[in-house]
Design a protein around this ligand. Structure first.
Ligand code: FAD
Ligand code: LAC
Ligand code: ZN
Length: 460
């Protein structure tokens, strides 16, 4: 290990090889507090060449490395394995935070993997453009992490997930070689496509060092609505109506009553309207070059199943409304700290027409366990975040709820990834040929099992 540390110091400089306990701790535990392990050191390379040197040193000494961005991941993939096994190096990419010039003709930008979503969005907005992917962890989550997890968030309904924004990547393989291109060609038909191979690969195939991203217009007018509907099935009807009649739809988020109450308590302020016990709240964003208020209010008035709604174009009122959506994960974390048990999180998606069945099944499973279920998510993708507070038998909960989602034609992970949290459930949605193919790709690209071993059920 001492020889490795010496090589790493030579690669990135003494100041960027963190070995002291107090310097390492923040990198060794995940955002939820559920996953933790020990690292021999945290290494902070400052360039692609330094990442190459770090990977080569780890390869020489046969020590695995865990790539880490903002460490906001929710499936335990960004921290050393738990329980601690073989020595591990955390490779933090946060110093690769350079944001290039905005290419206004191509609607693209080249950014370092460590740039945060918020920093890239702010830079784009200065040119009246925007990053199409947005979610609550924006101030810490990095572009590299978002690509590695194929992150989603609230604007997928309009622009798709992170993989749809990546026109090019630069990445370091386990061999230390660099692959990919940052040319940003909007079209190219020339065999395997690195952005496609690496989106969602969770740090198991290569370390992303930079990306060429698609930008979209930053619409001058954004409005927000809070809408209540009687049942989950009704939410699907409202969604269909809005998709047919509102061209400016930017986000359609769903919040179940328990989640709304929890976040309201956390914020110390009540929402202006509240759904019935069986109902739910929708938080809708519309964004357009001209004020979309009339388009949205007309559609909501004509929509079946809308019980109540408030619509606002006022920036501070919008922010206040959006907090009821954006800060649920934080409210759940605060509650889990209060009760002293980390939240058990599932992130499932089903076809929207099965969402009501999923909610029934998830509620029954939580009742059977005796835990409290806080559910919210992204309606258009049928994606629910199921947060279990005080869960007793997490593996029983997972088998039942993930099994139900898979049977409904859904997925066991919509946007957070598999990490180490969901590996044992992958066979619910992937057949043996698919699992074997993934293992074959992993061993072809990383024969020494150097990169994030165990994540995605690969190596480890
Ligand atoms: P990390 O947590 O550091 O890492 C995540 C994974 O990516 C790990 O497996 C890691 O090894 C790998 N990785 C990181 N950087 C690289 C790299 N440069 N090269 C290769 N592999 C890398 N996610 C959503 O999709 N939608 C949401 O709406 C959403 N909301 C959230 C809200 C909150 C409050 C929180 C705490 C999290 C939320 N997340 C959400 C989850 C999380 O923010 C995303 O998964 C995000 O993409 C992780 O980015 P990160 O930089 O923090 O990555
Ligand atoms: C969100 C995260 C938890 O949607 O995915 O807030
Ligand atoms: Zn989400």
């Amino acid at each position: 290990v001492q020889a490795l540390l010496q090589d790493l110091r030579a690669a990135v400089g003494d100041a960027h090889v963190l070995v002291d306990d107090d310097q390492r701790t923040g990198y060794e535990v995940d955002w939820t507090g559920r996953y933790r392990g020990a690292a021999v050191a945290v290494v902070r390379p400052g360039s692609t060449a330094e990442v190459q040197a770090v990977v080569r040193s780890c390869s020489t000494h046969g020590v695995a490395l865990v790539p880490q961005g903002g460490n906001t991941g929710l499936v335990g993939g960004s921290v050393p394995r738990h329980p601690t096994g073989a020595p591990t190096i955390v490779t933090s990419l946060r110093r690769l935070a350079r944001i290039g010039d905005i290419d206004e003709a191509a609607l693209q930008v080249t950014v370092g993997a460590g740039a945060t979503l918020a920093a890239v969005a702010a830079r784009a907005r200065a040119s009246s453009l925007d990053l199409p992917v947005d979610f609550a962890a924006r101030d810490s989550a990095t572009i590299g992490g978002a690509i590695a997890t194929n992150a989603g968030g609230s604007r997928v309904v309009r622009f798709g997930t992170m993989r749809h924004q990546v026109l090019g990547v630069e990445a370091v393989l386990a061999s230390g070689d660099v692959v990919g291109s940052l040319a940003g060609l909007p079209k190219e038909s020339a065999g395997l496509h690195w952005p496609s191979i690496l989106s969602g690969s969770e740090g198991t195939l290569a370390i992303v060092t930079a990306a060429r991203l698609r930008l979209v217009p930053h619409y001058a007018h954004t409005i927000t609505a809070l809408v209540t509907v009687p049942t989950v099935s009704d939410a699907g009807r409202v969604l269909a109506h809005l998709r047919a009649h509102v061209s400016s739809l930017d986000a359609v988020e769903v919040v179940l009553p328990e989640a709304l109450d929890l976040v309201a308590e956390h914020l110390g302020s009540a929402p202006p309207i509240r759904p019935s016990t069986d109902g739910l709240a929708l938080l809708i964003d519309c964004a357009a070059p001209v004020d979309p208020t009339a388009e949205l209010t007309t559609a909501l008035e004509a929509s079946p199943k809308v019980v109540d709604c408030v619509v606002t174009a006022d920036a501070s009122q919008r922010r206040a409304l959006l907090e009821f959506r954006d800060r649920i994960t934080e409210a759940v974390a605060a509650e889990s700290t209060r009760i002293g048990t980390p939240t058990f999180k599932l992130d499932v998606a089903v076809p929207v027409e099965r969402l009501a069945d999923l909610v029934v099944e998830a509620s029954l499973a939580a009742d059977a366990d005796g835990c409290r279920l806080i559910a919210f998510g992204h309606l258009a993708e049928g994606n629910l975040h199921l947060n279990h507070l005080g869960a007793r038998d997490t593996s029983q909960l997972a088998r039942r709820v993930l099994g139900a989602a898979a049977e409904m034609g859904g997925t066991i992970s919509a946007e957070h990834g598999i990490g180490v949290a969901k590996t044992e459930y992958l066979p619910m949605i992937r057949n043996e040929a698919e699992l074997a193919s993934s293992r074959a790709i992993k061993s072809a690209l990383d024969p020494g099992d150097l990169l994030n071993p165990g994540v995605l059920g690969l190596g480890g």
